[in-house]
Design a binder for this molecule. Structure first.
Ligand code: SF4
Length: 331
């Protein structure tokens, strides 16, 4: 990557204090996103991908908290900002799209009011200009008859149309980064691909970087430039999308990529990996994936692998340490 990173996540650690001790949900996760880049973040549920997104946008649900590391946006630290300052960053510099559009929309206000408020607050435009921009945004997201629909309430839209409105809202202040967490999972299969294509097109037109959290490798294959694969709160692998898909360097990624269905395919993506992701209070020592790994070696049960170069990617796997596995070959 040549451009200076837009987003840098350095050694992020997220903890959940409980009565029985502290659970580490994100452990030493580092990655960056360049301006205009789409980074896909994948993994099974419980891998920590949504929590990583929530930490970046400052919406970790208590008692979850950032317990270590730094998050920088355009070189400025944002993980330690007071709530009000972070709220401004969230509207102006980072847009957020969640699985359920109703999370982002106030059911009591017309979508026009919500868009106009966001635009006037963050861009300082007058009401008439803000309303004109809101209509443009709705048109760009494919809302038919935007001049009339702008005065409708969220419940008057279908799920797919609501998610288009949320995309318009997320892009309203021209953010540098959009964090999209499973943006199509709640939608009908028939419109998932349209929404992903729309998000991808609009962000590329605006030069907006995207962190796209999803369990759906089909979506990743369609739109991501790079892919980060998470497992049990850590990065298992990160690299260019073609390499991660076609030349996976971590056995977990290899299992994940075993079959990439089409976006409309509802099969279990992880059918090829036996076992389940460990619970946070039962993460095995050594490599957390070792109980499920077909290539596990003795060292994997004892010592945790760090990310190291593996082909064009980085992978946290002892197979790529010549000292630990002299005879082993990449997956
Ligand atoms: Fe498998 Fe060992 Fe690599 Fe973990 S470190 S993925 S157990 S080979």
């Amino acid at each position: 990557m040549t451009a200076a990173p837009l987003l840098e996540v350095r050694n992020l650690r997220v903890e959940f204090p409980t009565r029985r001790g502290t659970l580490v949900a994100i452990d030493d996760v580092s990655f960056s996103i360049a301006p205009g880049e789409v980074l896909g973040v994948v993994g099974e549920s419980g891998a920590g991908k949504s929590l990583t997104g929530a930490a970046i946008i400052g919406l970790l649900e208590p008692p979850g908290r950032i317990a270590g590391g730094e998050i920088l946006l355009s070189g400025r630290r944002i993980d330690d900002l007071p709530a009000e300052a972070m709220r401004k960053v969230r509207g102006r510099e980072i847009g957020a799209i969640f699985q359920d559009p109703l999370t982002s929309l106030n059911p009591l206000y017309t979508i026009g009011r919500q868009l106009v408020e966001t635009i006037t607050l963050h861009l300082g435009l007058g009401h008439a200009q803000a309303r004109a921009r809101a209509i443009e945004l709705l048109q760009a997201t494919g809302i038919p008859a935007a001049e009339a629909r702008i005065d409708h309430y969220p419940h008057q839209f279908s799920g797919g149309m609501r998610q288009r409105v949320v995309i318009a809202l997320a892009l309203a202040a021209n953010p540098k980064l959009v964090v999209a967490d499973e943006p199509t999972t709640a939608l009908d299969v028939s419109i998932q691909a349209q929404i992903i294509a729309l998000l991808d097109r609009l962000c590329r037109e605006h030069g907006t970087a995207v962190m796209l959290v999803t369990h759906d490798m089909g979506v990743i294959a369609e739109v991501a430039d790079r892919v980060a694969v998470m497992y049990a709160g850590r990065l298992a692998e990160i690299g260019p999308v073609a390499d991660v898909i076609h030349r996976p360097q971590h056995p977990y990624t290899a299992g994940l990529m075993g079959s990439i269905p089409s976006i409309s395919d509802e099969r279990d993506r992880l059918a090829q990996i036996d076992g389940a992701m460990p619970r946070l209070d039962a993460i095995p020592r050594g490599c957390a994936f070792h109980p499920r790994c077909p290539q596990a070696m003795p060292v994997c049960r004892e010592r945790r692998p760090e990310l190291r170069e593996a082909g064009a990617s980085l992978a946290a796997c002892w197979l790529h340490d010549p000292a630990a596995a002299p005879a082993a070959e990449a997956c």
